[in-house]
Design a binder for this molecule. Structure first.
Ligand code: SF4
Length: 174
């Protein structure tokens, strides 16, 4: 799992990590705030919970550190693996895995695809890696860079969509 407080988010040189793509899909405003140094998730119970799930589920796996992103692990092929502490798949999870596939491919690795693991519900989600997936991953990068470059933060989501977001304080003064 890539954590927001990892040095994996090399904002300064424009490199995009998994967390950028995750936030892009969750809320562009969150991505914008994150890249400007506002990172309340460092104190979030949810993030701490995710770390515990990750650390106790696959104890023999080792992160692959790409600099801008840390991949949970890669198996022969190469197949990218990502562990999530949530109980339900979200489009952001698959997008994050596609981003890792793209980063690996750019390093000359022949990528076969990805798998998202949901240990709390004993489920996995396969993420294909093909021309469509590559196009989606590249489009996500472009979209993330556009959001990050904006002079003003994107608008808030509807209040109901902000439930559980660690940026609630900042956005809504809760
Ligand atoms: S509180 Fe809502 S608007 Fe603010 S970053 Fe989170 S999801 Fe986006």
């Amino acid at each position: 799992m890539t954590h927001p407080d990892d040095p994996a988010t090399a904002d300064d040189d424009g490199a995009l990590g998994g967390v950028h793509i995750k936030y892009l899909h969750h809320c562009p405003r969150q991505l914008w705030l994150y890249t400007r140094g506002y990172r309340p998730e460092q104190r979030s119970d949810l993030v701490a919970f995710g770390e515990v799930v990750n650390d106790t589920t696959f104890t023999r796996r080792h992160d692959i550190d790409l600099g801008e992103a840390k991949i949970d692990w890669v198996t022969t092929g190469a197949v990218v693996h990502e562990t999530k502490s949530s109980r339900a798949p979200s489009p952001a999870h698959a997008a994050q895995v596609r981003h890792y596939c793209l980063l690996l491919e750019r390093r000359g690795i022949t990528v076969r695809g990805g798998t998202v693991h949901y240990p709390l519900v004993r489920r996995t989600l396969d993420v294909p890696w093909d021309d469509d997936a590559r196009t989606q991953a590249e489009a996500d990068e472009d979209r993330a860079r556009t959001v990050i470059a904006a002079a003003e933060p994107p608008a808030r989501l509807a209040r109901a969509q902000c439930r559980g977001c660690s940026y609630l304080d900042y956005c809504w003064g809760d």
